[in-house]
Design a protein. Sequence first.
Length: 659
Amino acid sequence: MYREDIINNMKNLNGEKFHVIIRLKDSLMNRKVLYPFLLMVFLFVPAFSWGATETVRLPLTLDYTLIRSLFHVQAFNKPGGRAILGDAKGGGCNNIELWAPDLSPEQSLLKIGTNIKIKAGLKVFGTCVQFADWEGTLKILQRVWVDKNTQQLRFKTVSSQVFNKDGKPTTVGEKVWDVIRTTVIPFFDDLSINLAFPVNELKTVLPLLVSSETRPRLENWLNTLRLSDAHVDNDAVRLDLLMETEPLPKQKEVAINALSPHEVELFSRSWETWDSFLVYQIESLIGQPLTETEQADLLEILLDTRQGFIRSLSENTLGNNLIREQFVGTWKRLATTLRSHLVTYPSTSLLKYLSFFTASDALVALDKLGPALGIDISRDGLVRLAQLLSEKQAEPLLDYTYGVDPELRDLLGFGPPLDNAGPAFDLQEIDFPDDQTQQSAQNNYSSWRNFFLPLAFAAEELPAPPGDVKQWIPSEKNIQQYVNRVKQVLEQAAHDTLVQKPLEEKYQDFYRLLVLSTAWQESCWRQFVTTKGKLRYLLSYNQSSIGLMQIHERVWRGFYQLESLRWNIRYNARAGSEILNYYLCKYALKKMDPTNPLDLDTLGRVVYAMYNGGLGEFRKFLTRKETNSFYESDKLFWEKYTMAKEGQFDKISVCILGK
């Protein structure tokens, strides 16, 4: 006789659980029936159902600042951030006030300290007779636990201690202790945090961030989510969302094939949405008291991300992995700053912020599973994440525009937008008559006026006539005058920048030299070029950097007005001067070793390396200097810097005229 009990929890192909309970007896089933049945189940039920699974841990982190703010919203919500307990409002004689709660770890427990004031009494013949009036501080230690049925984070007091106003341990009367025991301790034990909200948001957001092919698999996994136990850590209460996954097939690394122009266009549009989302994350910190270090870190994250895209574009190595890698990399760098600022104050958005943090952490964790999961940072997913960061009901647009963003400039330490008075046309080129037809062109200025007027940047202001642009076109006849005029423009730009963003006196002449030599290297002091009767603003070889200072339109999107960069040489010079000032003052001077500062020549070369290749070039250039393995751009700038330092500006004409 054979007697067996087989109880299996399995998932069908749609991911829904079903239970198979078979009780076999000789009288009901023999081997001839059993073996074919088991074979059929083995073949048709996926390995996921048989327990061939792996448990993935998705972190859920509640920083103490977040918990304190949630307590303020839930309980310490009276004027002055106070919690009012007792029955005084109802005509009773007991009144308890708690305020300024502070949270920290103590071994494996959560320590909550709070100011406390107790007035207690009895009503005698309609009058309160006070028997206790005490003020001090209360410290309680709580065990943190998870109610897995309700998905609530709960707190249970295990001990308490009182202190006087000076913070010294004290004793209180039995009546005061009785009030603390019967009213205050239950108040803290009733506090809770709703973890169902971030869990449900996770189930909504994550499927939007993987490919349509792998989305059903991930949704099946998310159906297994369950909360782990919580533990008290040095900086936060931590727990995990446990998720059962089946092993993913290993995928071989596939060489990245060059994209077609159409594919590049499509990918660029996707990346632009991601760039807009990154700006949205950074701008969630508007109004927060950022330090200069935090400002510099945020700018570095933004510029590194944009320059990474440009590098991939120029090297023709664009691929879907770029956005995924940038998302994961930037979140690792952004997380601490966002967590430390967004949850500092009570807000109805706190659980949304927690959901945003949890979803971002989860995506980083899932990224470790490898490419077979098919992470795909879609627009829908980014919009959903942006909604969690927004205090508004309207859906974030995540539009990619080139207009000046005053809030972004101010947030990252650039101050108000630059004065954009001057020519600014929404045109790629304009007709530019040669010398023989110049007089005719001047006589027909009114027609030019009518042509440009609808496109003028400044409201109520006439656009610049061609003559205003022509003075910035060099020729053999006017080359010395041209060099002198551009030098004045650059010196004025440096002066204006120093007025707004001063440097120590010992760096001021050096900075002016840096502006002149950078413009020399970047453009040969040219803003415009002419060809075949057309005038165009100067573009880099990859058609992305503009004018005298070669400002990259994607890298500095939001900081400068695009039309002014193109058509206004003074605006372009001021933009480049501002960027150099920022790199020098906010980054290079702060990064170098104060006990072994860089000499001015090396400082100039390292600042230009950053201007040319990004903030990461600070360390990279110094490494190149140590090994004497300079880039060609390093060598070329050094030539220009040396000639500018010696006042040999007459040599610019060779570069300008191509001789």
